[in-house]
Structure formats: C-alpha cells, structure tokens
Design a protein around this ligand. Structure first.
Ligand code: GFB
Length: 313
C-alpha cells in the first residue's frame, strides 16, 4: 500500500474497523473510504457490487461482521450464520470482481475445534467438532477463509485471512446481553461502583481461559500483514498469553475499584474451555503485541467513563 492508495475499510465503526481506520490515518494513509451500514447494507449484493464498481478500492480490510458474545451467538444462531455469510461473500467477491489488488479477511479464534490442542496452531482447523454456542458464526468464518483461498487458487486474487483472538478496546459493544466478557464486566463493575451495589454477577463458572488482544494492537498487526504477507495460509493474531475468566474478573474489579462480591451465574454457558492461539507464525514474520492486558483494560475503563452516554440502554 502507498500513502495515496485507495483503501476501503468495511465495518469502520466497529471495534476492529475503527481501530484499523484510525491506525491507517496515524500512519499517513490519506485515501481511506468508508460507508456506514445506513449508506451501504453489505448484506445486499447488488448494492455492494454498485459500490465496488463505482469506487474500485485497491486495498480492502473486511472488518464488517455481525459479532457478539457467547449469549448473542447462542441466541441469534440463524442471524449470525446468514448475515456473516452474506456480508463476507459480497465484500470478498466484489473486491475480486472489481479489481482490488489485495483484501484482508478477518476470521475469529472460534473457528477451531472446541477441544483443539492448546495453543491452537493454524493446521488445527477442521480437525474436530466446533464449540456449539458459536458454531454458526464459526462456520461462516471458515467459509470466508475458504472463499479467499479458492479465489486465490482459481483467479490468483491476493486475499489473505487472519484469525484474531478475543479483542477489546474503544468503540466496543457494551450491551450486557450481546457483548463479549471484557466490556460487559467493565460496564458491570463501573455501574456497581457508582450505584454502591455490593455484588456483581458474572456468567458461567469463571474457569474457562481466554486470551485478549487490544484492538489497537490487532489493527497494527492487520496493517502489517496487508503490507508484508501474501501467503495462502491464514494466520493467527494474538498475544500468546491467556488467563481464567475468574482472574480477568478480579483484575477488572481491581482496576475499576469495585470491592464487593462477585457471584457466578452458572446457568449461563462457559463456552469453550480454552482457545489460546499459537502466534509463532506471526512472531516469525516480525510482529508482536505491545499493549499489556492491565494497561489495555485501564485505557478502556477510562474510555468507557468518557463515552458511557452512548450506552444508557
Ligand atoms: O466473551 P464471551 O461472551 O465469548 O465469553 P467467548 C467468554 C467467557 O466469559 C464465557 C464468561 O465463559 C462467559 O460465560 N463471562 C462471564 C461472560 N461473565 C460474562 C458476561 O458478563 N458477559 C459475557 N459475554 N461473558 C466468543 C464467540 O466466545 O468469542 C464469538 O461467541 C467470538 O463468536 C468471540 O468468536 C471471539 O469468548 O466464549
């Protein structure tokens, strides 16, 4: 990519898309195009084709998806499968059809088998049953990986795929029913501290392990790969470090300054017991994360206080 290359960031208002657009601007890229979902519904093939035919972006970051935490994935199973297939098929195929030089597709760590050996290497894909709570989303993401590989095989289209671990950061979803664990707990502890509540309810048993990468690190890695990598194989993006949900909960409570009790609602699912990513391939390319979990969470807590007017539902 050159500084005046025409770059389309699909999903620029989301957690990762906003970080990618921000990071590109920081790095001096001046020709970034974006569309809100009101301006362009990526589920509608004809509209997406009209957009790509008119704009003909040279580089495409496909960070647009219907995303959510374990409860949302397990509740809106059909929506997660259908909408993600529609969005990614339209963006990936139109990027190829209207002459983009390169596209980066974002998958997710949930593509791996529920009980894949840890840490999960890229070759573990499709070696066992998926985690049931997010199987629809995982199947959609696996289909996206395969479409990128097939367009490269058949037409020589430069599509690369990356599998980020659980991400967090500014512009995350803080809705307590549909969000991921980290933003949900930040909101719960902030609101409990402010209201004087003595108890915070966390979901599951707290025993699963999760890896968390800040969205700014993730964006940096994705831009690095767009510039430096053009292999057919997809690559994991993560920190290579994980912790239990219980430890995460205690860390967030400490950072927020909540001193009450944490109660575990075991009627909620734990999901996959662990999904630590092997990041040896990414490290071998020369990229490593910079933002520590404590530093990252502290920054998001501060951001949430400044932006919580956006989350009064
Ligand atoms: O982040 P999360 O919703 O999704 O849940 P996954 C992670 C763990 O945190 C689960 C527990 O064991 C939850 O039970 N947890 C504890 C909570 N308290 C809470 C809470 O208040 N809210 C939430 N949401 N969880 C997702 C997939 O799996 O990972 C997505 O469903 C995607 O498709 C994403 O792949 C990266 O990490 O289990």
């Amino acid at each position: 990519m050159n500084y005046n290359s025409k770059i389309y960031v699909a999903g620029h208002r989301g957690l990762v898309g906003s970080a990618i657009a921000h990071r590109l601007q920081e790095q001096g890229f001046t020709n970034i195009i974006t569309r809100t979902s009101q301006e362009l519904d990526l589920r509608r093939q004809a509209d997406v084709e009209r957009f790509f035919e008119a704009e003909r972006p040279e580089y495409v970051f496909d960070a647009a998806a219907k995303v959510g935490g374990i409860h949302a994935n397990n509740t809106y199973r059909a929506d997660f499968l259908y909408e993600n297939l529609a969005i990614q098929n339209n963006v990936i195929h139109s990027a190829y059809r209207f002459g983009a030089k390169k596209l980066l597709f974002l998958g997710s760590s949930c593509i791996y088998p529920k009980l894949a050996p840890q840490p999960m290497h890229e070759d573990a894909l499709l070696t066992g049953p998926l985690e049931p709570t997010n199987e629809p989303y995982a199947i959609a993401k696996i289909a996206g990986i395969k479409l990128c590989e097939a367009l490269r095989d058949q037409y020589g289209f430069q599509a690369i795929s990356c599998m980020p671990t659980n991400l967090y950061g500014p512009n995350d979803n803080f809705d307590l029913q549909t969000s991921h664990v980290l933003p949900a707990l930040i909101r719960k502890f902030v609101e409990a501290k402010e209201s004087g509540a003595k108890e915070v309810i966390a979901w599951g048993t707290g025993s699963p392990l999760r890896e968390f990468l800040h969205s700014h690190d993730a964006a940096d890695a994705m831009i690095f790969l767009m510039q430096q990598y053009d292999g057919r194989e997809f690559l994991n993006i993560g920190t290579g470090e994980d912790l239990s949900i219980k430890a995460l909960t205690e860390l967030i409570a400490e950072i927020v300054g909540f001193q009450g009790t944490i109660t575990w609602d075991t009627s909620k699912p734990d999901g996959t017991p662990r999904k630590l990513m092997s990041v040896s391939k990414l490290h071998a390319l020369g990229w490593r994360h910079k933002i520590s979990l404590r530093e990252g969470i502290s920054g998001v807590v501060a951001w949430f206080y400044q932006n919580r007017h956006r989350y009064n539902n």
